[in-house]
Design a protein around this ligand. Structure first.
Ligand code: SF4
Length: 110
């Protein structure tokens, strides 16, 4: 597993099972998932191949979008792809807000 956050402290012997336990990236070299230096040429393809077979891909992506994780491959998407998703979600929310506001204005105008 690459740098996935630890959910519980390890002194607890009976921590609940979660998506990180099933991560296909356990034991995979972390440099597969993160560019080694800013601006360096990096191929996200190998990481995405690992993610493609991961049973935790949806939970991992949800986690990465919620923080958001700014670097590397999470949930099968690189940072640019996640940023695109976030922008689209924000635009959709803004469109909904405007639509709702417009509808409310339309009702308020006699
Ligand atoms: S989706 Fe990819 S980065 Fe996320 S836990 Fe699975 S293998 Fe690791």
């Amino acid at each position: 597993m690459h740098f996935l956050p630890r959910r519980t402290d390890h002194s607890s012997p009976a921590r609940p099972h979660d998506w990180r336990d099933d991560a296909a990236c356990k034991g995979v070299d972390p440099t597969t998932f993160f560019p080694s230096r800013r601006g360096a040429v990096w191929d996200s393809g190998p990481a995405k191949k690992v993610c493609a077979g991961c049973p935790s891909i949806a939970e991992c992506l949800r986690h990465a979008l919620s923080l958001p994780e700014e670097s590397g491959v999470w949930g099968g998407l690189d940072e640019d792809e996640r940023l695109t998703l976030i922008r689209r979600a924000r635009q959709a929310a803004e469109d909904e807000r405007r639509k709702a506001t417009g509808a409310a204005d339309a009702v308020a105008v006699p």
